[in-house]
Design a protein around this ligand. Structure first.
Ligand SMILES: [Zn+2]
Length: 413
C-alpha cells in the first residue's frame, strides 16, 4: 500500500492495465493515439454540447468510434456507464490518483467485497501527458456535478405506464410517497375486469418492522384529473399570464456566487505562483551546502502543502461553478414551466404522459390526500408547489356534481 501511495505522489502509474487511451511502457504511460481519439471526442462533446452520457454513447456509435478490444475489456461499446467513468478519471488530465476506489466488505457476508467510489482521494501531477486540457477537464467536472442531481430520482417501474403523481402524493397515515400500481382483478367466471391503476402506500408490506395501515387504493385517474383541474383554475385567473411574464423577465442573481468564483480563481493563481517559486528554489539549492538536506526537506514540505492547498481550492472552485450552473439551469427550467403554464389548458391536453409527468414533477413538490374519500368523491386535500405560481396560500374549490364543496389548499415552499 505505502509503495503505491509513494508512486502516486511521484506521479507514476501505480500498476494495473493502462487506462483506455494510454499504453504502458516500462511502467510509464504514453498516449495511444488510436484510442485517445475516443477520449478527446467524449470530453469535447460532453463539454461543448448539451448531451449527456447516454447521448454520447449514441454519438460515438453514429460516428463510427468503436472501442478497440483489449485483453481486460470485454464490452465492445462505449456505454453510458463507461463514459461516465472516463469523464471522472483524472488520469486524462495528466493526474495520478490513488484510492479513488476502495474495497469494502459487503455487510452480512464473511468475505465478499465490493468496490466503493471514494469522494476523497489522493491525487498528484502525473509524469504522463494529459489527453484533455485543464480547462476541458474542469468544465467536465462542473457539468458532471450539476447533472448528478438529475439522475437521483430516475425510477422506472416494471410496467411501462407513467404514473403522473407517483412519489408526489403522500400517504395520509405514514407520510411517505405513494406509488402507482396496476390492479388486475378477475371475475368469478375467470374473465378479467378492466385493468385499473391506483396509488397505494408502499409501506403496506412489512418494511423494517413497520407496516402502514393505510390500505385504500386511490384511483389514479380521479386524483390526476383533480390536480389538473386545480391548476386550470389557478391559471385561468385573468392576472395569471402577466404574473408569469413578470417572472420570466426576472433576472437571477448570481452576483454572490460569481464573487466567490473570482476569489477562488485569484487564490489559485497566487498558489500556483508560490508553487513555481518553491520549485525554482528547490532547483537552485546548492547541493554542497551543509544544510542542504534540511533546507531541501523544508522546501519539499512547503511544496506538498501548496499542492494540497491547490487541490482544495480547485475543488471549491468546481463546487462554486457547479452551483452557478445549477442556479442558471433552474431559472431556465422555471421559465419554461411558466411559459407552459400560460397556455396550460391548451398544452396539457396535447402532452403525452411522460411530458405531463415532467411538468408535474417540476411544478409540484407534494400532494396531500384525505384518509377517507370525501362525500363528494374526492381525495385531494392540498397541493404544495415548488414554484411561486400562487401569491399566498390559496383555497380553491373543486367542481362536483353533488354541489358539496371540496376545498383544496394551495401552498408554496
Ligand atoms: Zn403509509
Amino acid at each position: 500500500m505505502e509503495g503505491r501511495i509513494q508512486k502516486a505522489r511521484e506521479g507514476k502509474w501505480n500498476g494495473g492495465f493502462a487506462p483506455y487511451g494510454y499504453r504502458l511502457e516500462e511502467g510509464k504511460l504514453f498516449i495511444y493515439e488510436e484510442e485517445a481519439v475516443a477520449i478527446r471526442t467524449i470530453f469535447d462533446q460532453y463539454v461543448n454540447t448539451t448531451i449527456g452520457a447516454n447521448g454520447l454513447s449514441k454519438y460515438l456509435e453514429n460516428h463510427g468510434i468503436r472501442k478497440i478490444p483489449r485483453q481486460n475489456g470485454k464490452n465492445p461499446l462505449f456505454d453510458a456507464g463507461l463514459i461516465r467513468k472516463i469523464l471522472k478519471n483524472p488520469v486524462y488530465n495528466g493526474k495520478i490518483a490513488f484510492g479513488r476506489r476502495t474495497l469494502e466488505k459487503v455487510h452480512g457476508t464473511r468475505n465478499e467485497y465490493k468496490q466503493v467510489e471514494q469522494d476523497e482521494y489522493l491525487i498528484s501531477e502525473g509524469i504522463h501527458e494529459a489527453i484533455v486540457s485543464d480547462e476541458v477537464w474542469q468544465a467536465a467536472k462542473v457539468k458532471l456535478k450539476s447533472q448528478a442531481k438529475k439522475y437521483e430520482h430516475v425510477n422506472k417501474g416494471k410496467d411501462t405506464r407513467t404514473h403522473l403523481l407517483s412519489g408526489i402524493v403522500k400517504c395520509p397515515i405514514c407520510g411517505v410517497g405513494m406509488f402507482g400500481n396496476k390492479c388486475i382483478k378477475k371475475k368469478k367466471d375467470g374473465t378479467k375486469y378492466k385493468d385499473f391503476y391506483y396509488y397505494g402506500c408502499k409501506h403496506r408490506q412489512m418494511i423494517r418492522g413497520h407496516k402502514c395501515t393505510f390500505s385504500k387504493q386511490i384511483r389514479e385517474e380521479l386524483l390526476d384529473d383533480a390536480v389538473a383541474e386545480v391548476i386550470v383554475k389557478i391559471v385561468s385567473n385573468p392576472k395569471f399570464a402577466s404574473m408569469m411574464q413578470e417572472k420570466i423577465n426576472m433576472k437571477v442573481d448570481t452576483c454572490e456566487i460569481e464573487k466567490e468564483i473570482d476569489n477562488y480563481q485569484k487564490e489559485l493563481r497566487k498558489s500556483h505562483s508560490t508553487k513555481f517559486k518553491l520549485i525554482e528554489e528547490i532547483d537552485n539549492l546548492d547541493a554542497d551546502d551543509k544544510h542542504y538536506k534540511r533546507r531541501k526537506q523544508d522546501l519539499d514540505d512547503r511544496l506538498y502543502r501548496m499542492y494540497d492547498k491547490i487541490e482544495d481550492l480547485e475543488s471549491l472552485l468546481i463546487d462554486a461553478k457547479a452551483k452557478k450552473q445549477t442556479i442558471e439551469a433552474e431559472k431556465l427550467t422555471g421559465d419554461n414551466i411558466y411559459k407552459v403554464l400560460i397556455y396550460f389548458d391548451k398544452l396539457y391536453k396535447v402532452m403525452n404522459d411522460v411530458e405531463r409527468r415532467q411538468l408535474i414533477t417540476a411544478l409540484i413538490s407534494e400532494i396531500q390526500v384525505y384518509e377517507e374519500k370525501q362525500p363528494n368523491g374526492q381525495w385531494l386535500k392540498s397541493i404544495t408547489f415548488r414554484l411561486p405560481i400562487v401569491d399566498d396560500d390559496l383555497n380553491i374549490s373543486l367542481d362536483n356534481d353533488e354541489h358539496v364543496e371540496s376545498v383544496v389548499l394551495m401552498t408554496r415552499k
